[in-house]
Unconditional design. Structure first.
Length: 406
């Protein structure tokens, strides 16, 4: 009944119930259904007498993040390894979560499993939070009877991927924050400070130095058009990232250019290769065939350039070409990666070699982030100091000039 209602698009809610079975024992549980009447009829068929039914109400919580899914996966894997039944584990994690959005999601998945769906099928109904790689690994674990083991591997995988992403964000956060602060300081100087100097210079009756004229002109532009300037400064990045999520061609262009950036390009490339090899190693360890594994690897790499290259690799591997030769032809992977993959294929230990490559590049990312952090600080201070200092010098040039004439 609930399944057919869901397939017709009828809105369903979660209902908590409590009643007695035929033996007089008190039973409790939750059912996802369109109405309390449907819940009552289902319980009657199960032999539950005089049930008390309460519609569950969930508070609106924060958006569900990748970190939330990673923590949930680790908790679920730990409980299943400890012998806690699957449905009970969902109930414990869902009810104990601080974010109501996560609790609602987990109880919804639990309800789907209770109606007879597999765990992988229940996850696939929420593609925003569980990608194809996640669902494929869970499905492989269910089929092989090693769900707890694969959930543990999946949790470790997500933790490592999140760690890499966190390091990249940390490397980019500092210069971004400085740029924002610099823009605000310059804007305040242009709008409030320079006009006061302009009024003072108007009484000099002499030609102003060229740098001073440039600064005053910029100040006039800021003062007149401050609203559009701030609108573009705030709305421009938002519109760019909004379009980036929805335009594949823009993603290709941005990812291609980002790999060529000085300093940051090599860091991004190393992080992408680390994710690519870590994902493929995890899929391989789970027993997923290479061609099928490559289908999930491209999207998990986080780069449209490597995603397109992975499609080519998958196509070549499906026609019988070795993974080593396929990687050589796309020309995006360093020789070290190709050589280690070749050793892995020849020795039959491809997953082990891929894990070692991922470990190597994750360490490279750590070192690159540390090097960038130590390098960016003096560079940013010099640029910011030069910008502010240049404005100050330009505004004091007329005063120095007048002093020289006296």
């Amino acid at each position: 009944m609930a399944t057919s209602a869901r397939s017709k698009g009828i809105k369903e809610s979660v209902y908590a119930w409590e009643g007695k079975n035929k033996d007089g024992r008190i039973m409790r549980g939750e059912i996802r259904a369109p109405s309390s009447t449907v819940v009552q009829s289902q319980l009657r068929r199960q032999g539950i007498m005089s049930p008390k039914i309460t519609k569950q109400r969930f508070k609106t919580g924060k958006p569900i993040s990748e970190k939330d899914i990673s923590i949930f996966t680790r908790q679920l894997a730990t409980m299943m390894r400890s012998g806690v039944p699957l449905l009970q584990a969902f109930d414990i994690v869902g009810r104990g979560h601080s974010n109501p959005s996560v609790a609602k999601l987990l109880l919804s998945i639990k309800s789907d499993v209770e109606t007879g769906n597999s765990l992988a099928t229940a996850f696939r109904k929420h593609p925003l939070y569980f990608d194809s790689l996640y669902c494929n690994l869970v499905a492989a674990g269910e089929q092989a009877g090693i769900l707890d083991t694969l959930l543990d591997r999946l949790a470790s995988y997500k933790e490592k991927i999140l760690s890499i992403k966190g390091k990249i964000k940390a490397a980019l956060f500092y210069p971004t924050a400085i740029i924002v602060v610099a823009f605000l300081i310059v804007a305040l100087i242009m709008i409030f400070v320079i006009p006061a100097f302009k009024e003072m210079f108007s009484s000099f009756g002499a030609d102003l130095p060229f740098p001073t004229v440039i600064v005053i002109t910029l100040s006039e532009i800021f003062t007149t058009w401050w609203f559009p300037i701030f609108g573009v400064a705030i709305g421009g990045p938002w519109f760019f990232f909004y379009t980036l999520k929805r335009s594949e061609s823009l993603q290709n262009t941005v990812d291609r250019l980002s790999l060529k950036l000085p300093l940051f390009g090599e860091l991004i490339r190393k992080s992408v290769i680390a994710r690519w090899t870590r994902t493929l190693a995890t899929m391989f360890e789970a027993g997923v065939p290479l061609v099928e594994a490559l289908e999930s690897v491209g999207g998990a790499a986080g780069s449209a350039v490597y995603k397109n290259a992975t499609r080519k690799v998958q196509s070549m591997v499906s026609t019988g070409t070795s993974l080593t030769n396929s990687l050589q032809q796309v020309t995006l992977f360093p020789n070290m990666v190709i050589q280690m993959v070749a050793i892995g294929e020849e020795s039959g230990s491809l997953s082990t070699m891929l894990s070692k490559i991922a470990d190597f590049y994750e360490e490279e990312v750590d070192q690159a982030v540390e090097a960038l952090s130590s390098l960016m600080e003096p560079v940013i201070m010099v640029v910011l100091g030069g910008l502010i200092g240049g404005i100050i010098v330009a505004m004091y040039l007329p005063i120095f000039k007048m002093g020289g004439m006296v």
